[in-house]
Design a protein around this ligand. Structure first.
Ligand SMILES: Nc1nc2c(c(=O)[nH]1)N[C@H]1C(S)=C(S)[C@@H](COP(=O)(O)OP(=O)(O)OC[C@H]3O[C@@H](n4cnc5c(N)ncnc54)[C@H](O)[C@@H]3O)O[C@H]1N2
Ligand code: MOO
Length: 401
């Protein structure tokens, strides 16, 4: 069986990011920059005042001295002249500093009377002046390609004079759940039936990764129904299936998809939950066959679909947030499958992060999954571990998934 790292590498190996599209800057939140965004101007575009007061020549200012007021520089209306010896110009926060001036005398430290300004406390040279380009300079990259735009990036790109930005097209991810027993949530559940939790859960995961989920109707456990529902999948960027991945008589996802051209890259990995994971391709579309047990579907979704969707979306950051914690309880020796244990997080008295695994790790138990703040990572063949020992965790509490 393949290791988790090998499986991840093979899934990512041939994924190509989607192409760019232009969107209005204000609509670009959470989108992935398709190219570096470079400043179209210096910011500030000129030397400007950081305070309301008077533009002066610092050398002319002495306590009790007077200056002659020769004009005004309101924001957006720069003073056209020059501040000569013994002169000053009224100025405001954000206004352009006139030529000749080299400091701002704040108005609390001055007294204006007619055409004269009396200095109470002189400013130091350069004081209260924001220099041209001190925030960023023209042509400087302010948002690098591959970054998911935040509100702060949008403010920055706007300041850099961009109205539109090139972002990656969101990858379209089709989701196909299989199983005679599954019904739409809210519908009557027949005897032996179960509400379909995987499809809406995976759709939310896709959306959180920056993709556009397309929820296909669920397939019955027949080769023909699976092939029928996945027909035409070539227009998607990725197909996620859930269920029918294991070895039972009715686990028919591979056979169903083979009818429409699936070639399998690998099947089964050394991971718990998630052993029957399958990866393959139908034409240009990558296929991830997730196990049906909902916890296995979601954990495999995090470990394999998340980096794949982020790669398709052109996201520079593809890995899950990890941390080191100390174990809140003893753990037994592990077998050959990498284990992902649902756990809560708290703080030990010394402030260290404490990860405590739920006692039951059945991969059908969604309630413990929803309550988990972390997944404790147990490498294959890990020896028994005692409470207080360090462990690696995936920080589910840092993912809005
Ligand atoms: N003899 C063996 N049996 C199993 C093995 C094995 O190696 N040998 N592997 C086990 C592991 S590990 C897993 S995980 C499951 C995966 O099975 P499938 O992917 O074939 O999933 P199903 O059999 O279709 O369903 C499993 C379970 O999950 C429920 N389910 C399925 N789809 C949904 C859905 N959309 N929403 C909610 N619940 C769903 C389904 O009713 C089953 O209870 O196989 C083990 N068996
Ligand atoms: O993926 Mo299965 O859940 O390992 O039980």
């Amino acid at each position: 069986m393949l290791s988790v790292a090998e499986a991840q590498a093979r899934i990512l190996a041939d994924l190509v990011s989607t192409g760019p599209e232009l969107v209005p800057l204000a609509d670009s939140w959470g989108r992935i920059a398709a190219a570096d965004i470079a400043a179209r101007l210096d910011n500030p575009p000129a030397d400007v005042s950081a305070m309301d007061g008077y533009a002066v020549r610092a050398g002319d200012c002495a306590p009790g001295g007077t200056l002659s007021l020769v004009g005004e520089s309101p924001a957006g209306h720069p003073f056209p002249g020059r501040v000569g010896p013994g002169e000053t110009v009224r100025i405001y926060t954000g206004s352009v500093v006139p030529d000749g001036a080299d400091a701002i005398l704040i108005q609390e430290n001055a007294q204006e009377d007619g055409g004269t300004v009396t200095v109470a406390v002189p400013p130091g040279a350069g004081q209260h002046i924001r220099r041209r380009g001190q925030d960023f300079a023209v042509d400087q990259v302010v948002v690098p390609a591959g970054r998911a735009l935040t509100a702060r990036d949008i403010g920055l790109a706007a300041a850099a004079n961009h109205a539109w930005v090139a972002v990656r097209r969101r990858p379209v991810v089709a989701i196909l759940s299989t199983g005679d027993e599954i019904a739409l949530p809210g519908d009557p559940i027949a005897p032996g039936g179960i509400a379909n939790s995987n499809t809406p859960m995976l759709a939310a995961l896709v959306r959180a990764c920056g993709g556009v989920p397309v929820m296909l109707p669920s397939a019955r456990d027949t080769v023909s129904d699976i092939a029928r529902l996945a027909h035409g999948i070539e227009t998607a960027d990725l197909l996620l299936t859930a269920g029918g991945a294991s070895v039972g008589r009715y686990d028919l996802v591979q056979q169903g998809l083979e009818r429409i051209g699936l070639t399998v890259d690998f099947w089964k990995i050394a991971m718990r939950p998630g052993k029957p994971l399958m990866h393959g391709r139908i034409g240009r579309v990558s296929v991830l066959g997730l196990p049906g047990n909902p916890v296995a579907a979601l954990v495999c979704g995090l470990v394999f679909a998340l980096p794949a969707i982020r790669a398709l979306a052109g996201h520079a950051e593809r890995s899950l947030p990890e941390d080191v914690a100390i174990l809140g309880g003893d753990l037994p020796e592990n077998d050959r499958r990498a284990d992902y244990l649902r756990a809560t997080l708290s703080r030990a008295p010394d402030g260290r992060l404490l990860a405590t695994a739920f006692s039951r790790q059945d991969s059908a138990m969604l309630h413990t999954l929803a309550r988990s703040q972390a997944l404790i990572l147990r490498p294959p063949h890990a020896p028994p571990a005692r409470a207080g020992e360090p462990c690696r965790v995936v920080r589910l509490d840092m993912l809005a998934i």
